[in-house]
Design a protein around this ligand. Sequence first.
Ligand SMILES: CC(C)(COP(=O)(O)OP(=O)(O)OC[C@H]1O[C@@H](n2cnc3c(N)ncnc32)[C@H](O)[C@@H]1OP(=O)(O)O)[C@@H](O)C(=O)NCCC(=O)NCCS
Length: 179
Amino acid sequence: MEIGPDIDIGLESGDAAWPKVEPLMQAAWPDAVRATLPWGHIVFAHADFRVLVEREDDGVVGHVGIYRRRASLNGRPVHIGGIGGVVTRADHRRRGYATVALNAAIATLKHEGSIGFGLLFCAPHNEAFYRARGWHDFAGEVVAEQPGGQVRFDVMKPMVFDLVLRPRSGTLDLHGLPW
Ligand SMILES: CC(C)(COP(=O)(O)OP(=O)(O)OC[C@H]1O[C@@H](n2cnc3c(N)ncnc32)[C@H](O)[C@@H]1OP(=O)(O)O)[C@@H](O)C(=O)NCCC(=O)NCCS
C-alpha cells in the first residue's frame, strides 16, 4: 500500500463535493462510453455524502458515494446504506485507494447504527473485487423509480454488506432512484 502522509481521506457533503468529483467520473465513464453500457440510460440519485481520496499534488484521485435510503425489503421498512460511484483515477489504481475509501464508507454507515445493510450495484467484472472485501450477492429482485415510473432494476448486479441484517433474497424496493 502506498497510503501515506500525502493522502487525505475525507467525508464531504454530496452536492458540495460534486465539482471536485465530476472530472474523475467523466474520465472513468465518458458520455460516449456510458451511452454503450447497460445502465447508460438510467437516471441515478445524487450521493448524500462522498468519501474523497485526495493527494497533495493531484487533487481528488478516488471517490466513493454514500446514499442513505428508507427502502423496503419484502414490504418491511429498512434503512439502507447505498454505495456507488466507486472510482480511482486510472493512473492511481492498485494502490489500495478504493479499498480504504470503501472501508471509510462502511465505517460511516456503521456509525449511524440504524442502517440495516450496505447495498451497491456493479458490473460483472467487479464482483470479485467486492466479494474479496466482504460483500455478498443479493439474489432477489430490486425495484426502483425512474422518471417514467417504477422499474425492475436489473441492469447491474446487487451486492450487500451485512450490518444489522444479512439479506440474500427477496424483493427490495428502493423507494426512489437507484445509485
Ligand atoms: C475498481 C476500482 C475502483 C478499483 O480501484 P483501486 O484503487 O485500484 O482498488 P484497490 O487498489 O483498493 O484494489 C485493487 C486491486 O489492487 C490490489 N492492490 C492494492 N494495492 C496494491 C498495490 N500497492 N500494488 C499492487 N496491487 C495492489 C488489490 O489487492 C486489488 O486486487 P484484487 O482485486 O485482486 O484484490 C478501479 O479499478 C476503477 O476505478 N475502475 C473503473 C471504475 C469502476 O469500474 N468502478 C467500480 C464501479 S462498481
